[in-house]
Every structure is written in C-alpha cells, then in structure tokens.
Write a protein that binds this ligand. Structure first.
Ligand code: FAD
Length: 513
C-alpha cells in the first residue's frame, strides 16, 4: 500500500489536510486513523460535551501525580475518532491575541506564523455568522457562531459585572485583539456541534484520490537513512507497512511525540530507559509540554433557578491584564470564564444543576513546562505524561490573582439578582495558606496540551519553519504539538490555522498545486 502523501491521524489538523491536499487531483492522499467514524449521537448535542470523556472513543490519558496540585492525577481526554478532539471539545473558537503569534514568528524566523501570516488561514476556516470582513471569512467549511440572544441570562449578568469591574468590552474573540469581555464564538450550526470531520472530511470522502483507513494504528515510522518512507500500522490485527512520498504526522500533542519516540527519534537517555534503540538523539521530542489550567471554581449558589444553557454551558471568556505582572507585549495574563452550571473538580461536592453557577479563572501564559516520555517500546506501553503543573512561582502567583479577580467580578452588584452566596472557595477560606490549598485542589486542565514537537530554529526545537522534522527528509508534523508557546486562549482555531497555512504555503507548492 502506498500514497504520494500519508496523513497519520484524522483529528482536527488531519481532516483539514486531507481535504485541502486532495483538492489536487494529481496526487494520491492516504489518511489513517486509530478510531473510526463518529457514531455517538451525543457528540452533535453541544450541552452534552462534559459527558463525552471516558466513552469508547476517548484515548483517556492521565497525567502522573502532580506535586503542584496536591498530588492529583489529571484526566486528559483526547478523541480517537474521525474529527479527533474536535468531537470532544467545548466548541469555543478563539484565535488568540495578535502578540501571541509574534513569539511564533520570532522562534521560527518565518512571518507566516505571525498573526498577519496566519490571517488568511483563519479566514479560510470559517463561515462566520457575522459575515465576511477583513478579519472574518464567510465561505469556509466551519461555522463560527457569535451568539447573542442565546446567551444565558446569568452569563449576561456576568458580562455586565466584568464591565463594572473596569474590564473593557471586546465582543469578539477573533480579531487579533483579546483584552476584554465577550461571549464565546462557537463551532455550532443550527444548535448542533460541527466537528472538523463534519466540516472538512465528510464532504470530500468520495474523491477518488483520497483513501481513508479507519481503525489503523500507526506503530512506527519507516526510514531509509534520514528519509522517512511511511509508517507501519496495525490494520485488522496485522502490522502493515504503508509507503509514502511525504508523511505528515497529525496525531496530536500526546501521540505525535510518542510515535517519534517509538521510532527511535528523541532524547537518547530517555529512549534508552524505555528500551528503544536511538536512531537520532533529538532532545526536544516530548519536551516543552504545557497546558492551560482553570480553577474550578468560584461557585455561587443562585437565588433563583439557573436556566439550562442553550449553548455549551461555558458561554463567555474574559481576558485581562494583571497590572505589574502583565506581559509587555500586550497579550492578556489571566482569563475568566462564566459557566451557567456548577463546575468543580473531584475534590469538591458538586451542587445540583440549576442551583449554582461558576466563574472559572486561569493563567493565559503558564511558564511551567513538563514532558511526555515512553515507559516501554510498544504501543501498548502507557505514556508518562508530566505537565509539571504550577511548578513555577509565576504560575502560582497568577493563578491566585486570577481567582481574586474572579471573586471581584462575582461580587459586583450586576450579579446581585443571581447571587445568593459564594459556595467555593467560600467565606471560611480566608488566609493565603487556605487559598493556596484550595487552588491546588481546584485546578483542572483547560484541555490545551501543546508544544511537544515545537517549531523553531534553536536547540530543542523539533520541526523547522516549514514544520519539517529537523535532520530528516519527507517527514512533517502538523498539529498542536508544533505550537512553541501556547496562545492566550483555547487552541483549536490556531491548530486549524496551522493546518490551513501548511497546506497552502508549504505542502501545496511542494506537491505542485
Ligand atoms: P486531535 O484532534 O486530537 O487529533 C489527533 C488524531 O490522531 C486523533 O483522531 C487520534 O485518534 C489520531 N491518532 C493518535 N495516535 C494515532 C496513531 N498512533 N495512529 C493513528 N491515528 C492516531 N480547544 C478549543 O479551542 N476550544 C475548546 O472549547 C476546547 N475544548 C476542549 C475540550 C476537551 C474535552 C478536549 C479534549 C479538547 C478541547 N480543546 C478545545 C482542544 C482542541 O480540541 C485540541 O487542541 C485540538 O482538537 C487538537 O487537534 P490535533 O489535530 O492536534 O489533535
């Protein structure tokens, strides 16, 4: 079996590439995916998203115990299905701040990864409910809904409270500016989630030059010297070689470094410990793992029943500078989010639905860095995922500042109509030590792991400005793992823009479009 181009992983980035690269009828494109087509009807129902993790199309990863979070292990759901994690995610579409992408352009030396460079990709993705403009696209495959009347009344009151606390109005998270209060833009059409498989893959499945193979688990890359010639994958119980002129790995921030490591590409000492022969001592593979954490939460008992969300519960994100600790380049430091439901971690008792609402808080640019490593040479050996949450002073200080800001907003008169009393952290949680202990038990992942195959020129970077693996030919990585520094907001829009940009500016010209 062989293709001109082989894409490994039909997740968010993989579906974009399969659709865009197979537009060229002169090349054959293979797409392999460990899962299969989505069959769970709950995926399409936006309010059901918190219930999807743990179902049989979730890889269900877990971190190792985190000293910074009271020794807790954190569940990291990831989609194992056409559409990948876009089938599980919370549907918020947030590009990030203009200045977030300046860091990407700086580390690569390539203007295409700046906000201006990515803008054509951002526009190509979307069918924006507000219509086309210099910033927005209206003819793209993915609906981006900027809701208005659908926003929950408690979230409206929260947005008013943000303004009363001197946070500016923003209105739209997708113009390059990010400081302020806005309802979340969502990848929802006619009340239903649209996954990246729905938007990009489904409409092109009939193309004669595109072959999609489901339940195909890539074990290792195949190589001839430094030339990557494809992969071996388990298909119908058989380990099968698949040859390719160009191999593009899109298995995500966890599985992509694992595939490289199993293939002998990674830090030599860690490969040796896992019993894998080292082909290339590539120090950065699996390193630089970072993620957004959210504090769940600053929870309030409601004076009157909170109506069920008509969207996806978490309806507004607010981005703020935090005074002396703010970054000089203008991106926000902290984020708040309002959920029209009680949100807590496993450490706290959850109030009944309809009886409470939550203000989440978090740090937009965490400095804690961890790693992903192998525990053995086989695909069945569990990975070691260690994000090193809250391991820096910067992150611990800002997570506290973010919670303080959440409480300040939560106690504004604009929320008086809804607020009966604060449940968490609660009036008894007063001292710095109490609040620190609360935070360690209340933080949870915002589901944005990135950085494990980061792009750049410096030592430790894994792919170059063309997303080609340093030191190898014909192997590209296109997914959340290449993000060198996390953007301020949720990362899905950025992952899609990376894939759109790679298809148009890098793979397209190489493949002779
Ligand atoms: P994925 O979409 O995860 O795709 C990787 C694909 O590769 C998967 O289909 C996987 O099965 C396949 N694969 C892996 N290993 C192999 C292998 N060995 N062989 C073959 N196939 C393989 N982001 C936002 O912007 N907004 C949100 O609201 C939001 N909420 C989230 C909520 C949850 C619960 C989760 C899990 C994520 C959320 N995210 C959100 C993050 C966002 O969904 C991901 O960052 C994004 O989908 C990652 O895209 P990707 O292409 O890198 O990886």
């Amino acid at each position: 079996m062989g293709f001109d181009v082989l894409i490994v992983g039909a997740g968010s980035a993989g579906c974009v590439l399969a659709a865009r690269l197979s537009e060229n009828p002169g090349i054959t494109v293979g797409l392999i995916e460990a899962g299969g087509p989505a069959s769970d009807p709950d995926i399409a129902i936006p309010q059901q998203w918190p219930l999807l993790p743990g179902r049989d199309y979730d890889w269900a990863y877990r971190t190792v115990p985190q000293p910074g979070t009271a020794g807790r292990r954190h569940d990291w759901p990831r989609g194992r299905v056409f559409g990948g994690s876009s089938c599980l995610h919370a549907m918020a579409h947030v590009r990030g701040a203009h200045d977030d992408f300046r860091a990407w352009a700086e580390v690569t030396g390539a203007a295409r990864w700046s906000y201006e460079g990515l803008l054509p990709g951002f526009r190509r993705i979307e069918s924006f409910s507000g219509g086309a403009s210099e910033q927005h696209g209206a003819g793209g495959p993915l609906p981006v809904l900027l809701p208005n009347a659908e926003v929950s009344p408690v979230v409206r009151a929260y947005m008013g409270a943000g303004l009363a606390a001197a946070i500016p109005w923003l209105g739209d998270h997708n113009t390059g500016r990010l400081i302020g209060v806005a309802p979340n833009s969502l990848t929802i059409r006619a009340g239903r989630r649209v996954t990246v498989a729905d938007a990009y893959l489904e409409p092109v499945l009939a193309r004669g030059n595109l072959t999609v193979i489901s339940c195909a688990l890539a074990h290792r890359l195949t190589l001839s010297g430094t030339r990557v010639t494809g992969v071996t994958a388990q298909i119908d119980g058989q380990v099968t070689p698949i040859a390719a002129g160009m191999t593009i790995v899109c298995a995500g921030a966890i599985a992509t470094p694992l595939l490289l490591l199993r293939s002998g590409i990674g830090p030599a000492r860690s490969l040796e410990r896992a019993g894998v022969a080292c082909l290339s001592d590539h120090a950065g593979v699996g390193e630089n793992l970072h993620d957004h954490l959210l504090t769940a939460g600053n929870v309030y008992r409601a004076k009157k029943p909170v109506p069920p969300s008509r969207l996806q519960h978490s309806e507004s994100l607010t981005y703020v500078h935090c005074g002396e600790l703010s970054r000089p380049d203008g991106a926000p430091d902290v984020v708040l989010g309002c959920v029209a439901a009680p949100t807590v971690t496993e450490c706290f008792e959850r109030p009944a639905m309809g009886s409470a609402y939550t203000i989440l808080s978090g740090v937009t640019h965490p400095t804690s860095r961890g790693r992903i490593t192998l525990t053995g040479p086989e695909i069945t050996d569990p990975p070691m995922i260690d994000p090193q949450y809250l391991s820096t002073d910067h992150d611990r200080r800002l997570v506290r500042q973010a919670l303080d800001l959440a409480r300040r907003v939560g106690h504004q008169p604009e929320l008086a109509e809804w607020r009966a009393e604060e449940i968490y952290p609660g009036a008894d949680c007063r001292s710095d030590a109490d609040l620190e202990a609360f935070l360690e038990r209340a933080v949870m992942t915002h589901h944005h792991p990135v950085g494990t195959c980061r792009m750049g020129r410096a030592a430790g970077s894994v792919v170059d400005a063309d997303l080609k693996l340093h030191g190898f030919e014909q192997l590209y990585v296109v997914d959340a793992s290449v993000i060198p520094v996390i953007p301020s907001g949720p990362i899905h829009a950025a992952v899609l823009a990376i894939a759109e940009t790679f298809a148009a500016d890098i793979a397209g010209p190489i493949l002779g479009r």
